[in-house]
Design a protein around this ligand. Structure first.
Ligand SMILES: [Zn+2]
Length: 211
């Protein structure tokens, strides 16, 4: 069956940041969602599968998401996508919080700015962009058929932090209710940290949204 979406999950760096390499079964090009520090295992996997990386999409601009951007982009020639409101994070270590860890991280600039309602399309794989502010102003989740890559918006049994600069708890809860809980219950959620979950599971049990 050639319609299957293949998802490889990588947990990278000191913060165990989940990165997802995805492609349509049988395709020769892939998309990477987020790039944590020391992304060597991702490069290795691309080579092992003989896949070309076409796009790197950052769910948001925090340092732990973009730490591997430069290496991935330089080694693969992929294009970088991010929401327009988080684009400034790429080149500002204060905004992306790396300055507070003494790292002064920056990324190359984006090739495309994404907005609510956009579609990213590659070799039969279609990702629709939903703008989900709250953790950062330009956070996005990427939705394909019964699968959603949700970054730091929602986790299994938890939600993203809103105590960081430009965070908003009200916005985050609205984003979850309007942009994630409106997906079918069997939609698999691939979060930025920790194990996968589903929309139905979180609707039933997530104490931060239901309480
Ligand atoms: Zn974050």
């Amino acid at each position: 069956m050639k319609n299957k979406i293949i998802v490889h999950k990588f947990s990278l760096g000191a913060f165990d940041v989940n990165n997802y390499l995805i492609y349509r079964e049988g395709a020769s090009r892939a998309i990477l969602i987020d790039a944590g520090e020391d992304p060597f295992p991702i490069l290795q996997k691309l080579e092992a599968l003989q896949l070309e990386l076409a796009y790197l999409i950052n769910t948001h601009g925090h340092g732990d998401r973009i730490a591997g951007n430069r290496e991935i982009l330089e080694r693969t020639g992929a294009q970088l996508f991010i929401h327009e409101k988080d684009a400034p994070y790429l080149t500002d270590p204060q905004l992306n919080l790396s300055a507070f860890l003494g790292m002064e991280l920056t990324s190359p600039p984006p090739d495309r700015l994404l907005q609510e309602g956009d579609t990213v399309e590659l070799d039969g794989l279609q990702l629709s962009v939903r703008h989900t502010p709250g953790h950062t102003p330009g956070h996005i989740v990427l939705v394909t058929n019964h699968q959603a890559f949700v970054g730091d918006v929602i986790f299994a049994g938890s939600i993203g932090r809103t105590d960081l600069p430009q965070g908003s708890m009200n916005q985050l809860i609205d984003s979850i209710r309007q942009k994630i809980y409106t997906l079918p219950d069997d939609t698999v959620l691939y979060p930025g940290h920790g194990p996968n979950t589903t929309v139905g599971q979180e609707k039933r049990t997530n104490p931060f949204v239901n309480g």
